[in-house]
Design a protein around this ligand. Structure first.
Ligand SMILES: Cc1cc2nc3c(=O)[nH]c(=O)nc-3n(C[C@H](O)[C@H](O)[C@H](O)COP(=O)(O)OP(=O)(O)OC[C@H]3O[C@@H](n4cnc5c(N)ncnc54)[C@H](O)[C@@H]3O)c2cc1C
Length: 402
């Protein structure tokens, strides 16, 4: 899909800048990043110097003002062409986590946490959502919060939080944890509470870093809440409103996942295209055999559809006056459809790319195998592909469970 007619001059300049950055700073070291977090951190620092981290934060704190999903999409897609783990952290750090507080105009939260993201040091945020009792339950929209097992209790002027989260990205290195809790599982949406917790809150601790197949340039670990106390002002907005922000975050994070599926797929396609041009079989390049050409065409078709879907949804998020708020059943449904299609397409494309490359498809020397490993993760997180399908159907009919 050609985006030229959609993008502003500023967005085109950002796309070109990040594209160049990826070619110069990430591609030459992409095979070393997974074993050296110092290199990853160095890349994050250069992105801070380019002003990416403060994107979307309020100007009064030094940020660049209200973010645009199209702009964030461009940044995350371009970065994922180089390394999806870096793209993931950048998306999380530049506004996705503190966005709810900005929308709710929660001054206590903004004053406490935003300045560090607008400074000149690398700073990480964490969406602490997946309960150890099961991410699918935590994120199943049919449960209206009943599947959230982390508890928050109001005692005087403080919330007391108890529970265990598994796998949040940036756990242990983040300065702020947007913690998904429940104050009363029988209260439905009214019981859902989103509470910001600073990294140094007494009672907050972290597990060991999870070893994993893909996204190895981002950090995952357990987060333990043992009578963690925070001021009641650190709750995003209050009963009912927090549920809206939770469901809105569902739209945002599902869509964010699809930007990474897209970037991964585009590079996998390029690698396969180049490889099958040079590699010969039966006296001609592999890609000139019709069966290979058909596979390359099917890869291109999926990328075209994915890109159209990713930027269509970004445009919809940027225009709530036309499409409604991100927490509506229709928006969540479209975000989930975009994410499911993109993740399945990324897995299909990277697998087919490997097939077209034979044994070299899984050789680190040819780089494809890294994208193959990363692609799979985009199907697994955020409740997985099955739970995401409940989000899709809820945009079409009122599917509830008792
Ligand atoms: C690289 C990476 C980054 C991550 N980042 C974050 C993060 O930033 N923040 C965070 O909070 N979490 C994060 N996670 C965790 C992730 O979101 C969860 O692992 C995911 O939601 C699935 O939860 P689970 O592993 O507990 O699976 P389970 O809840 O055990 O579910 C397993 C599978 O069972 C099936 N299933 C379960 N219930 C149903 C049902 N009702 N109907 C149909 N099928 C069902 C689904 O296929 C599901 O995928 C991350 C994970 C990875 C791998």
């Amino acid at each position: 899909m050609n985006l030229e007619h959609l993008l502003t001059d500023e967005q085109k300049a950002i796309r070109d800048m990040i594209g160049k950055f990826v070619q110069q700073e990430i591609m030459p070291v992409r095979d070393k990043l997974e074993d050296d977090y110092g290199l990853v951190e160095g890349i994050h620092k250069k992105l801070v110097d380019l002003g990416i981290q403060k994107g979307g934060y309020p100007p009064e704190y030094g940020g660049t003002g209200p973010g645009s999903a199209v702009t964030l999409g461009i940044i995350c897609e371009e970065l994922a062409k180089g390394d999806a783990g870096i793209s993931l952290s950048v998306g999380i750090n530049s506004g996705l986590i503190l966005g709810p507080a900005a929308h709710a105009q929660n001054k206590a939260v903004l004053d406490k946490f935003v300045p560090d993201f607008c400074g000149d040091k690398v700073n990480y945020a964490c969406l602490s959502m997946t309960d150890s009792t099961g991410g699918a339950d935590t994120e199943n929209p049919l449960f209206q919060g009943r599947g959230i097992s982390t508890r928050a209790t109001l005692e005087g002027d403080e919330y007391v939080i108890n529970g265990t989260k598994s796998w949040p990205t940036n756990a242990g290195i983040a300065s702020v944890y947007l913690t998904i809790c429940n104050t009363d599982p029988s209260a439905g949406d009214e019981g859902i509470a989103l509470i910001y917790v600073p990294h140094d809150a007494p009672g907050l601790s972290f597990g060991k870093q999870e070893p994993k197949m893909g996204f190895r340039t981002s950090v995952n670990a357990g987060v333990f809440y043992d009578n963690v106390r925070v001021p009641k002002e650190y709750r995003v907005a209050g009963p009912g409103h927090d549920a809206h922000f939770y469901y809105g975050a569902m739209s945002g994070t599902q869509w964010h996942s699809s930007t990474m599926s897209l970037g991964i797929s585009e590079t996998a396609f390029e690698i396969a295209l180049d490889y099958t041009k040079e590699r010969r079989s039966g006296g001609k390049p592999v890609r000139e055999w019709s069966m290979a050409a058909g596979i390359l065409a099917d890869m291109a078709i999926r990328i075209e559809m994915m890109k159209a879907s990713v930027y269509n949804f970004a445009w919809m998020m940027d225009h709530p006056e036309t499409y409604g708020p991100p927490f509506s059943a229709q928006m969540i449904s479209k975000a989930a459809a975009t994410r499911i299609f993109a993740a399945d397409a990324a897995v299909w494309i990277t697998n087919k790319a490997a097939e077209l490359m034979g044994s070299n498809g899984i050789s680190p020397e040819y780089h494809l195998e890294k994208y193959l490993r990363d692609a799979k993760i985009t199907q697994l997180w955020l409740g997985g592909q099955q739970v995401s399908r409940y989000r899709v159907v809820r945009g079409y009919y009122d599917y509830v469970v008792a």
